[in-house]
Design a protein around this ligand. Sequence first.
Ligand SMILES: Nc1ncnc2c1ncn2[C@@H]1O[C@H](COP(=O)(O)OP(=O)(O)O)[C@@H](O)[C@H]1O
Ligand SMILES: [Mg+2]
Ligand SMILES: [Zn+2]
Length: 195
Amino acid sequence: MQQVTTILQKDLTKCIKCGDELSDLNSTEVCYYCTNLMQLPKIFQNLTDSYGVKQSVIDNFNKSLFLTGGTGSGKTSYLVFMCKYRWRKKLLAKFINFPDWLNRAKININNLERSAVRLKEFPGLLGLDDIGAEKGSEFVIEKLYLIIDHRQSNGLQTVITSNFTLDELTKKTDPRITSRIKSMCIQMMFNGDKR
Ligand SMILES: Nc1ncnc2c1ncn2[C@@H]1O[C@H](COP(=O)(O)OP(=O)(O)O)[C@@H](O)[C@H]1O
Ligand SMILES: [Mg+2]
Ligand SMILES: [Zn+2]
């Protein structure tokens, strides 16, 4: 009887998702890394690098970047690897699919205001995936400007991906946005289709 009880007891020192040792024993059953993975779209949660971008991700660990190139060229994956690298080190990173964020936030204008403030002030890496894909209403442009202007003027790390170049985005959005991106970010071109 004694033995059965022992076997049924859960191992509370290990993450229930990945089995890694938990460093914070008091509250959670899921480690910091696995908790953060859940904010990624499913297909990116378990993606491993098969195109050798890892070294570049490490080299750009602290940099603000603008990733541009065609659909399927690996921009979102690169941003995902940057976030994962930080989560592995127990550092802050947030992954936002920008069109999704707009759609969710649009349902409630107060939500959107609050969420925009949280994004612009987020102290870790803020990843804004796929900007320019949304319809560029004046309202959207204003929100994007507030976020990017604040992050640029406060030196907060920001990684942006877009299917458009900065010149194309200038036409679609506002030169105030793209000039901030230009001065804050290193631009990286992606090409080829990796799907
Ligand atoms: N470094 C990589 N390692 C492994 N797979 C990759 C990598 N880059 C891209 N891919 C694959 O290509 C697909 C498209 O890449 P994605 O990052 O979504 O492109 P984009 O954001 O530029 O449209 C991904 O779902 C993934 O399967
Ligand atoms: Mg993408
Ligand atoms: Zn885990």
